[in-house]
Ligand binder design. Structure first.
Ligand code: NAI
Ligand code: MG
Length: 787
């Protein structure tokens, strides 16, 4: 052995972190744990085991939560909530700060415990997971303190039910608990069945800081326990991170329960390497992207898209790098990859890789034995993949990289977006022009330029499309745990009347004019050929509108999708058009006032003036609802951009039929969305008279589409349509439930007011940032620079 070899072997020799302190912590508690309810641990019961995946040994037994346990925890959280919120932001801030300090003080214990229970390398828990946990509590201690001034007119939602996965156990707890508590909610949290220990240790920290009883409750158990929490009637908000399947189950289960819901689901995030990238940097980035935490990361860069001209050298370098990755004892500070969470998960990975090979991909795995005794899987590359392959489309959730090539930037973007998911993306190029051109075009909640897997409490995290909805972290994350204060005082929405008659279209006549549908900038007859008679509030027949059906909805969605270029027009241009609409409406105000008058729904003069004013409001907002540059702890910038959601379907209420229609359509289009709007079912006529206003206002065709008819039928068609990205529903409670239930196909965002009616004349309720937030999703673009 040469001196150099001896030195190298010393450098890479095993250097395990001691597990003595963490094992003693478990043993001192009898290696058995109850739940943490109302500030105390319950007697351990209905026990199941949690293992160390690196050794397959049992670490401890924990209790499986029953309905009674969940009821007790929810009751404790419910009774603790008013005082916790009443304590005020300052008081809550101190507790969050104390928790942050305690996490730091116990970081060694927590890191080792996490590594033992999860199997991930100690280097990751020590340097990434636990420091980020502390950071999250510090950051949210800040929001608690600033809550009153920064979120005026908002209040806590109540009791949050939080269900988290096993891949970042304590970090996911922090992401959920810190903002919930900062906002004044109390929580019932369930850690994943594979990794309950760090959450139980956290419960002890809550006791140590003297957190009021019932503010944090931890129930352990598997999916059935989770379902007891997510479905619990007294839980006001559900926050879930995990698989898309369970996300859909929870959406279905909670439909119509009036719960606020955030879902952080899977991904198949692209890692795009252009031919002018710093290749060595990109390869190192890739190691972090897909082999960090054994690839069990929702935002893992699991799809390598590499420009064809450099594919060979890049793949050669990746293989060489893979051969050097050390898989082994996670407590060893020099290993790169630890264990897979459980044999169940490993067999999913094995099956996907088998399928990939069967589908024709080429496999590379480093030679050499895997560690024995635990649940390990080697770093794996599947190259020559094709877009339609299952390994390209489905999340593998393991250390398996799938590689494909592209020729042009356009093709890279097309491939990147050829997925149901939209969580993250990584873009590698030395050309800033290219990087900043690609970043907004990729449909993902997070884009890392020349970097990957960067996280911080100040930058919101969360996905587009089927990766879920809602954000964690940042200002936007706080809104997920708050609700407008006016909500509790709202009256019930006016239910729609069944139509009195429909008839075959009888053509037009001056008094009894038939309003058609408005699709793709044209007035079109409804597919059904039927019209619906429309009556004034006092019962006189005042006109008729087309009876739209599913086919009309399909056409309208298609028109909206083909107007997607609207999203990339400037805010200034959109403002001009909104001003123009307002001006043209203003010119025809007497006519609209007469129509509103004939409808006899109330304050018609005021309604027309308020509608014009509301258009002005969103013309003003169109170029002002801009994003932020976050203070994240890197040398660089994290740009938070407000992007449109896409196509928004909206069912408008019966109250103030013109004003409510304008109040919903205007913010959506001001932010660059295209809409398919159903005007008030009972009083659609003023909205249908807007066709001519739109036609004379340079609004591109397809940006606003209007379909009249039976809301139950039309809302269902919209909510089920995979081309609709969000559905807003203002109307009866049952209809809202149907919207939430029908939205699970493409996991569209829903905004349902639970059968309540807003006062559209009130500027605090009827306009402003709440609408703009629903009309946008935040993309965080991380741009590190320098060395
Ligand atoms: P999972 O989605 O079943 O588990 C996540 C959490 O949900 C756990 O706490 C579990 O007990 C709970 N849960 C399960 N069923 C539930 C239900 N019906 N109601 C309420 N809570 C429920 O994930 P699992 O089975 O551990 O992993 C399966 C796949 O999910 C992985 O292969 C991966 O693709 C994906 N996954 C994604 C994660 C992410 O961060 N996006 C995290 C974990 C898994
Ligand atoms: Mg475990």
């Amino acid at each position: 052995m040469t001196v150099l070899e001896a030195f190298k072997s010393m450098e890479y020799g095993p250097a395990p972190e001691s597990d003595a302190e963490a094992l003693a912590w478990i043993e001192q508690r009898g290696s058995q744990f109850g739940h943490f309810i109302d500030g105390e641990f319950t007697t351990p019961k209905n026990l199941f085991e949690t293992h160390n995946p690196a050794t397959s040994q049992v670490l401890a037994k924990v209790s499986s939560g029953t309905k009674r346990d969940v009821d007790l925890a929810v009751a404790a959280a419910t009774s603790a909530q008013p005082d916790w919120e009443g304590l005020g932001g300052s008081g809550r801030s101190r507790f969050l700060y104390a928790l942050a300090r305690l996490v730091q003080r116990n970081s060694r214990l927590l890191s080792v415990l996490e590594t033992l229970d999860n199997g991930k390398p100690i280097r990751e828990t020590r340097d990434i997971d636990i420091p980020l946990v502390a950071r999250h509590f510090y950051y949210h201690a800040g929001w608690a303190r600033l809550l009153k001034s920064e979120f005026p007119d908002y209040e806590a939602i109540g009791v949050a039910g939080q269900i988290i996965p096993w891949n970042f156990p304590l970090l996911m707890l922090a992401w959920k608990v810190a903002p919930a508590l900062a906002a004044g909610n109390t929580v019932v949290l369930k850690p994943a069945e594979y990794t309950p220990l760090s959450a139980l240790c956290f419960a002890e920290l809550c006791q140590e800081v003297g957190l009021p009883r019932g503010v944090v409750n931890i129930i352990t158990g598997a999916g059935d326990t989770g379902a007891l929490i997510s479905g619990h009637r007294k839980i006001d908000k559900v926050a879930f991170t995990g698989s898309s399947d369970v996300g859909r189950t929870i959406r279905r289960q909670t439909a119509g329960q009036g719960k606020k819901l955030t879902l952080e689901l899977g991904g198949k995030s692209p890692f795009i390497v252009f031919d002018d990238a710093d290749i060595d940097g990109a390869v190192e980035g890739l190691v972090d992207a897909i082999w960090f935490n054994q690839g069990q990361v929702c935002c893992a860069g699991s799809r390598l898209l590499v420009q064809e001209s450099i594919a060979e050298p890049v793949l050669t370098k990746i293989k060489a790098r893979m051969d050097k990755l050390r898989v082994g004892n996670p407590l060893d500070k020099s290993i790169d990859m630890g264990a897979i969470i459980d044999p169940v998960q490993r067999s999913r990975i094995v099956e996907m890789v088998r399928l990939g090979i069967e589908e024709g991909a080429e496999i590379h795995q480093p030679v050499g034995p895997m560690p024995e005794g635990g649940c390990f899987y080697p770093p794996t590359l599947l190259s020559s993949a094709e877009p339609a392959m299952k390994i390209v489309q489905e999340e593998i959730f393991g250390p398996v990289l799938v590689a494909m090539t592209f020729r042009t930037p356009d093709e890279a973007i097309e491939l990147a977006n050829n997925t149901r998911y939209g969580l993250a993306a990584s873009v590698w190029t030395e050309n800033i022009n290219l990087a900043l051109d690609v970043a907004p075009k990729v449909k993902a909640g997070i884009v890392w330029v020349n970097s990957t897997n960067l996280f911080d409490a100040a930058a919101g995290f969360g996905g587009y499309r089927e990766s879920g909805y809602g954000r964690e972290g940042g200002r936007e994350g706080m809104f997920e745990y708050l609700k407008p204060s006016y909500l509790k005082a709202l009256a019930a929405a006016k239910p729609s009347k069944p139509p009195l008659a429909t008839k075959r279209g009888s053509g037009l006549n001056a008094i009894d004019r038939t309003r058609k549908l408005y699709i793709g900038g044209k007035q079109v007859r409804p597919d059904s050929g039927y019209d619906r008679l429309i009556f004034s509030a006092s019962g006189e027949q005042i006109g008729q509108v087309g009876e739209g059906n599913r086919k009309d909805i399909r056409n309208a969605v298609e028109a909206a999708r083909s107007a997607a270029g609207w999203a990339t027009t400037t805010g200034h241009a959109r403002a001009q058009i909104l001003y123009y609409i307002a001006e043209n409406l203003s010119a025809r105000a007497p006519e609209f006032a007469a129509t509103l008058g004939s409808m006899n729904t109330g304050k018609h003069q005021e309604e027309i003036l308020a509608s014009i004013d509301r258009l002005f409001c969103y013309a003003a907002w169109a170029d002002k609802y801009d994003g932020a540059v976050h203070q994240v702890p890197i040398r660089g910038a994290a740009l938070a951009m407000n992007e449109p959601i896409g196509v928004i379907g909206m069912a408008c209420p019966n109250e103030a039929p013109l004003l409510s229609f304008v109040s919903l359509v205007a913010p959506a289009i001001a932010m660059g969305n295209c809409v398919v709007a159903l005007p008030s079912q009972d009083h659609p006529i003023a909205a249908t008279d807007l066709y001519q206003v739109f036609e004379t206002s340079d609004l591109p065709s397809g940006v606003v589409n209007i379909v009249t008819g039976d809301h139950d039928v039309l809302t269902k068609a919209l909510s089920e349509h995979s081309g609709v990205d969000a559905m807003w529903h203002f109307g009866s409670d049952q209809a809202g439930e149907a919207v939430e239930r029908a939205s699970i196909g493409n996991l569209k965002r829903t905004w349902v007011l639970g059968g309540k009616a807003l006062n559209w004349f009130d500027e605090d309720q009827g306009e402003g940032r709440e609408f703009l937030r629903h009309a946008t999703q935040v993309k965080n673009i991380w741009i590190p620079y320098g060395e």
